[in-house]
Structures are given as structure tokens and as C-alpha cells.
Design a binder for this molecule. Sequence first.
Ligand SMILES: C[S@@+](CC[C@H](N)C(=O)[O-])C[C@H]1O[C@@H](n2cnc3c(N)ncnc32)[C@H](O)[C@@H]1O
Length: 342
Amino acid sequence: MEKVSETKDIVEYIRSIQEGQWKANLLNVALELNVFNVLLENQKLSSTELANKCGVKFHRPSDFFNALVAARFLDRDQNDLYSLSEISQKVLNPNNYEHYMVPYFIWTTSRAFTLGIDRFKQLLQSEEIEEKVQLGSEYYTDVPPPDFFSDAMHGVSMLASVSIPQLEFWKDFKTFADIGGSKGTVSVQICKAHEHIFGTVCELPSVQEKCEQYIKAQNLNDRLQFQELDFFRQEFPEVDVLIFGHILHNWPIETSQMILQKARKALNKNGAIIVYQAFLDNEKKNNFKSAMMELNMALMGKGQEFTEQEILDLITKNGFSDARIHNDKSFKAAIAFKRETD
Ligand SMILES: C[S@@+](CC[C@H](N)C(=O)[O-])C[C@H]1O[C@@H](n2cnc3c(N)ncnc32)[C@H](O)[C@@H]1O
């Protein structure tokens, strides 16, 4: 006999998928129509005022704005005036950059990740990979614009920027380098949390201006610097901690090995590496986000995600000791050390 509660759970699960897509579409359209920036400037507006300022000519604009209220992106008061909700104030507000998630949202729901249903299907039915994102030096300079990409990565790495500074071991170290550290999302938070630490963001030149502006805006010029570095051509700086966030998953395994060997060579004795990206569970069954990241990496290039066991094995094989997974609620990183005796 069918259990009613199970049917309800299954129906709810399917509905939550459909609602997620509706919310994503609604939010993308509201962003394109500038709804949040208009409300940032004007605080509270009626439906007609908001519609006029956003170019909404639709015959019942309040339906659109009320959907945004129901999705918790807007609030509406007793006088039917609309304002930003708490969620929008926090993560859709460019003035609150530390928590700003708009480029991340646009990137993950409308630009990357299989580039829409038609292209997704086409890629699965062919032997090609997404032609704009072939491996090679042009990958990170041409597609997408580097400033948009680094702002999108800022949102992707927000949990890393909260969790990594909280690692116990920073008290034992003085220097770090964030290889491919984008505009410095994680590096900035490490330096803010630990006044004795000096850091370097090592990146391609396309990110330099954005990164230096961000460091300056955070008043960290004296302890955090940008260094132009191409990890295919150059060695890494000699530091206590090397960070690789969403780096190894972009490339074939041979490149990951090359990067880890360079890291082993550059690291000070007893130093540590931190590797974070979307690790798969060992069974490859239970982590939807990581499974989609793995598929995305395969469709868009020749990269891959790793299971937790695979990343620990890879790090260990390349000369590091005491490899372990740091597990902080929804954020995971692989950590390992270069021991005196290695
Ligand atoms: C997926 S992003 C990760 C950014 C950041 N680590 C994070 O987790 O948010 C990969 C970064 O690697 C950088 N990158 C790509 N190829 C590189 C190379 N050959 N040398 C140095 N950095 C590179 C890109 O510019 C990009 O910012």
C-alpha cells in the first residue's frame, strides 16, 4: 500500500524544484529591470512609482512586485509601499560588497552551468566541449569578462572566506599565498582576522586592477599584495600556507599534479596547503551541487571535481602529510602539511 506521507514528500520535492526555477527566473528578470537598485535609491515606492522607474508597462505591475514579496526579495507595508527585504538588503546590495551575491547568482543561473537547456542538450549529444571555454590561456582572459567573473567568484567563495580564517593553525604561521585567488575574497578575510599574517594574491594580469582596488578599499595594502603569476610558467612564492580555491577542478589531472608539486617545492617546512572546491561524497550519490559542478566542469572543459578520498589521495601522492578534510557545516576544504621529515 502506498504511504500518503511519502507521496506528499515526493510531490513537495518536485514542486520545490519547479519553484526554485520560477524564483530564479523572477529574480533574474527583476535584476535586469533594476528593481533592487531603484528601491535602494528610493527606499519605499508604490507599485505605480516602482513600475514607472523600472520601465514596467504591464497592465498589473503589482502582480510582479507581489511575486517578489512572496519570494522574500521585497517587503510591502500596510500602505502598499514596496521596499527591499532583509535578504535583498544583505545580498543584493552592491554597497554591502562583503555579502554581495548578484554576479554569483547571474553567473550560476543564467550564464554558466550548461548555458541553458538547448545548449546543455546539444553538448550532451555531441563530442565537443563548450567552444568558448576550451582549455588554454584565453580561457580566463576572454570568457567571461574578468571583472564579472571575479565578482561571481566572490559569491562562490563567500563560505570559504568565512571558514578558512577560522582555522586554528593561523597562529602558527606568518605568510600565505592564494594561487588563482581572484580579487582576494578569501585573502582579505584572512588578513582581517589575523593581524600578524601577510598575504599575496597570485593571479593573471587580467585580475590585477580589480584585486588591488579591493585590497586598497579594505585598508590592507600593508599586509596584502597582488603578484602577477601564471602557474603554468612560474614558481610559487615561498610561504607558510598555499591556498588553491576552485583551481584544480579546471584542469586535467596532470595539471593538478604539476600544481601540487610546485606547491610542495615552494612551501616552507611544516607549512600547509588548503584546497577547496566542490568535493563529491565518496559514493558519488549524495551531493547534488558537487555532482552538477562535476558535470559542468566536464562539459565546459577538461576539468573534474574530486571525491573527498580522491583529493586526499592526490595530495598525499604529491608529497604532503596528514591530509584531512576540514568540514565546517556547508563548507569543506582539504588540508595537508609539508613535514620536516618528508
Ligand atoms: C575558478 S576561479 C577561482 C578563484 C578563487 N580562488 C576562488 O575560489 O574564489 C580560478 C582563478 O584562477 C585564475 N587562473 C587561471 N589560470 C591561471 C594561471 N595560469 N595562473 C594563475 N591563475 C590562474 C583565474 O584568473 C581565476 O581567478
